[in-house]
Each structure stands twice: as structure tokens, then as C-alpha cells.
Design a protein around this ligand. Structure first.
Ligand code: FES
Length: 112
């Protein structure tokens, strides 16, 4: 858990004990995220816990109107599809093929 306000972290992400985490795949890389949250909140969790990505949360309406959270994914029910991360629940083993344009992979120092 990152340093900061523990209560606000718990309020945002709920129970993050190992028994409450599920695997999702982001551009082929596996991440463990809390279940029972929406996919946009899972992206938020990844940017907090793994530090591989950053996300501009102020650009999101969280209500399905701005479409800034649109992503492409593949799952067992729909196959390859497009969806709004703020309107989708985390689904174990979902494959995210394209991330929202407000979320970017961090470039480590020394790499171009
Ligand atoms: S955050 Fe605006 S549509 Fe998902």
C-alpha cells in the first residue's frame, strides 16, 4: 500500500487483502486488483500500487458520459469489445487490449 491516507485508500479500493484480489491483464501484463470495483477504479489502483502507469483522474466523469475511460478488452462472454471502464465491473482474467487515453505507461529514467 502506498504511503498516505490509509482511510481514503480503503474507501476507494475496499478490501485489498490477497483473498479479495483478482488477476486482470493490461497490455499482456498481469496485475492483481480488488474485486467488486469498477475497471476504472482498478486502473486507479494499478497506478497507486504498481507505479507502472499514471492516470489523469481529473479528466474522468465516472458516470459514463465523457468516454475518456474507453478501452478495448477481450473476455469470455463478449470476445473482443469496446467498453467504458467506469461502467464495467472488474472481471477476473479480463484482457485489456487498449487503455484509456488518460492513462499512460511511465517511462523509467534513462530510457527513451
Ligand atoms: S469516466 Fe467518463 S465515461 Fe467513463
Amino acid at each position: 500500500m502506498p504511503e498516505g491516507n490509509v482511510n481514503s485508500f480503503d474507501n476507494l479500493f475496499g478490501d485489498t487483502s490477497p483473498k479479495n484480489l483478482v488477476s486482470i491483464f493490461l497490455l499482456g501484463q498481469e496485475f492483481q486488483v480488488p474485486k467488486n470495483i469498477n475497471l476504472l477504479r482498478a486502473f486507479h489502483y494499478i497506478t497507486n500500487v504498481y507505479s507502472d502507469y499514471e492516470i489523469k483522474l481529473q479528466k474522468h466523469c465516472w458516470s459514463g458520459t465523457c468516454e475518456n475511460c474507453k478501452c478495448n478488452f477481450e473476455d469470455n462472454q463478449l470476445g473482443i469489445a469496446e467498453g467504458l471502464a467506469c461502467q464495467m465491473e472488474v472481471e477476473e482474467y479480463i484482457q485489456i487490449k487498449q487503455i484509456p487515453r488518460t492513462m499512460k505507461k511511465k517511462i523509467p529514467h534513462g530510457e527513451t
